[in-house]
Design a protein around this ligand. Structure first.
Ligand code: ATP
Ligand code: NCN
Length: 225
């Protein structure tokens, strides 16, 4: 028996601080789109990434300032412009206060009520997911796809124990092509005049130079958003 019901649209959501966006983010989104048969991937730059800005034990980071949201948004637009299945949302940068994924997903569900959302996250972010605001609610709003990242174990025993607390069938993990690129390394390279060519898309290299991002950060005193 055939059904005339249209297939539910599958939309990927790639959240990140994207300071700057790099080819590791783009390969992760592209690979998940292919493997999970997504119709589209929406990149969502954070407004105020509270764990990065405050530094937390869960995220294993020290507090740091973040480039203005508009710069991070524009770099994300530049990086994704050539892919017709990639788009960028302003929901997080337009919301006041700290950015919580539960709000991101609620906002996107309101805009796309009939779609199935797939939130894409790297193995490092998965390690801290139980420290996210209202994490128990996240899995009713979207399916989660955890991707491999050099330097982080996707199938580590401690991670498996930790993720066993999540509801069944809400998280899948995928091995993707390994790109040992981080925004931290890109910022450090730009700050010390080393190349970021081919770590980030060409237009992003040019945007960083044009806006003089990551140079003398302390004297610019930048902070989000
Ligand atoms: N090279 C990579 N491979 C796979 N996933 C990645 C990679 N880089 C980042 N991600 C994932 O992309 C999402 C957004 O990452 P984010 O913008 O914080 O970049 P980052 O490189 O981790 O930044 P930073 O070095 O400033 O912490 C997170 O879920 C992260 O795990
Ligand atoms: O919801 C939270 O409390 C929360 C805490 C840390 C990170 N996140 C989300 O995880 C994604 C990657 O974040 P980051 O800080 O690693 O760039 C991004 O969409 C963040 O909003 C969400």
């Amino acid at each position: 028996m055939s059904s005339d019901r249209p297939r539910v649209r599958r939309i990927g959501v790639m959240g990140g601080t994207f300071d700057p966006i790099h080819n590791g983010h783009l390969v992760a989104a592209s690979e998940v789109a292919y493997r999970c048969k997504l119709d589209e991937v929406i990149f969502v730059p954070t407004g105020q990434p509270w764990q990065k800005m405050s530094g937390t034990e869960a995220s294993g980071t020290a507090p740091r300032s973040v480039s203005p949201a508009e710069d991070r948004y524009l770099m994300t637009v530049i990086a994704t412009a050539s892919n017709p299945r990639f788009s960028v949302s302003r929901v997080d940068i337009e919301r006041e206060g700290a950015t919580y994924t539960v709000d991101t997903l609620r906002d996107l569900r309101a805009i796309l009520p009939d779609a199935q959302l797939y939130f894409i996250t790297g193995a490092d972010a998965l390690e801290s997911i139980l420290s996210w605001q209202h994490w128990e609610e996240l899995f009713a709003l979207a399916k989660f796809v955890g991707v491999s990242r050099p330097g982080y174990e996707l199938h580590a025993e401690h991670l498996a124990d930790h993720l066993a607390k999540l509801p069944a069938d809400t998280l899948q993990t995928l091995e993707i092509p390994a790109l040992a690129i981080s925004s931290t390394d890109c910022r450090e390279r730009a700050a010390t005049g080393r190349p970021v060519w081919y770590l980030v898309p060409d237009g992003v290299v040019q945007y960083i130079a044009k806006r003089r991002l990551y140079r003398a950060r302390a004297s610019r005193g930048v902070s989000a958003p």
